[in-house]
Design a protein around this ligand. Structure first.
Ligand SMILES: [Fe+2]
Ligand SMILES: [Fe+2]
Length: 324
């Protein structure tokens, strides 16, 4: 059975059921700017905000060139740069989806989708406020918006009836960001506020990711141009996002390393991005995403060379071998 917009009753049913469940979960519990974090406990000592093994220079010759204080400060700044990126992205998310909602972009889908959007927008708004508070809490300052984000939603406008590319890329970014953050704070010595900020955010982002995945799975066939773009562009975007999550060279400026080797930032960046240790961390991070790309037809063999060119060949082979 198919409706006039090419969406089957089965698609609508799945979309509605999952979305209703996500709304119910959001109404049961969602983040507060005031009540969910230990704001009143002040910072003492020199907190680590990122697990040592996940700090950019770990596993490279730069680790031994840095003092303990510099490493600790880098662990802070590399987390702050992530939180800054969230503030920038999620502000755009709020603005973009609010506009889509006002323009009626989802009007021919079940009303529950619009209801979900209002919950989603509220959550992202709270997130930006909480990340701002967290950066202030640690006495640091927000980093400027990365260039690629500036025109993100203009560059990825929809090709069909629904803004599927925006929904899709928002989901992919949320997913990579959450993989990073969750793994970054996964050590007993990571400061409790950083852990709380990440865990509370993660709980809500799980809903957003699930919704994005469900939208794509049930609507992908309505927009063949979107599907082809997603198949072709995903390896490029994912490579870019994973590499940008490792560090931000401005963090090195803020730490102000004493060893002159850190002055050559291009070499530092090349070394941390391509270290053997980093390849292992990247594999762990990207595996669940690759699994999703394969099962949702985003991965298509005719674009295999693009995946290989961007360094995903080995990880894909492992998953494809398992499935065959
Ligand atoms: Fe968020
Ligand atoms: Fe989100």
């Amino acid at each position: 059975m198919s409706c006039s917009n090419g969406i089957t009753a089965d698609n609508l049913h799945r979309l509605t059921t999952v979305t209703q469940r996500l709304i119910a979960s959001s109404e049961k519990r969602s983040m507060s700017t005031l009540h969910d974090h230990p704001w009143d406990e002040s910072v003492t000592g020199s907190p680590y905000l990122r697990k040592r093994e996940r700090i950019s220079i770990y596993g490279t010759e730069y680790w031994d060139k840095a003092s303990e204080e510099e490493i600790q400060r880098l662990s802070m700044e590399e987390t702050i740069t992530w939180w800054s990126a969230f503030i920038h992205l999620e502000s755009l998310v709020v603005e973009y989806y609010m506009r889509q909602l006002n323009d009626g972009a989802f009007n021919d889908l079940p009303a529950v989708i619009r209801d979900y959007m209002t919950h989603f927008i509220k959550e992202e708004l709270v997130h930006t406020l909480v990340f701002k508070k967290s950066i202030t809490y640690y006495g640091s300052e927000i980093y400027p918006m990365p260039d690629f984000l500036r025109s993100f939603y203009d560059d990825n406008a929809g090709t069909g009836k629904y803004p599927l590319m925006a929904v899709y890329l928002t989901m992919v970014i949320e997913w990579i960001a959450d993989q990073y953050q969750r793994l970054d704070v996964d050590a007993e010595y990571v400061h409790p506020m950083a852990k709380k900020v990440v865990h509370e955010h993660w709980k809500e982002e799980m809903r957003h990711i699930k919704w994005g995945q469900t939208m794509i799975k049930n609507l992908i066939h309505t927009d063949s141009e979107f599907k082809r773009h997603a198949q072709e562009l995903t390896p490029i975007y994912v490579r870019q996002l994973i590499d940008q999550g490792v560090t931000n060279i401005d963090c090195f400026d803020r730490v102000g390393f004493a060893d002159p080797a850190f002055k050559d930032t291009e070499t530092v960046l090349d070394t941390v991005l391509y270290s053997e240790h980093r390849q292992k961390l990247n594999s762990d991070l990207v595996t669940p995403l690759l699994h999703y790309f394969i099962t949702s037809e985003i991965y298509d063999e005719s674009y295999r060379h693009i995946w290989d060119m961007h360094g995903f060949g080995n990880d894909l082979d492992v998953l494809l071998d398992k499935e065959s």
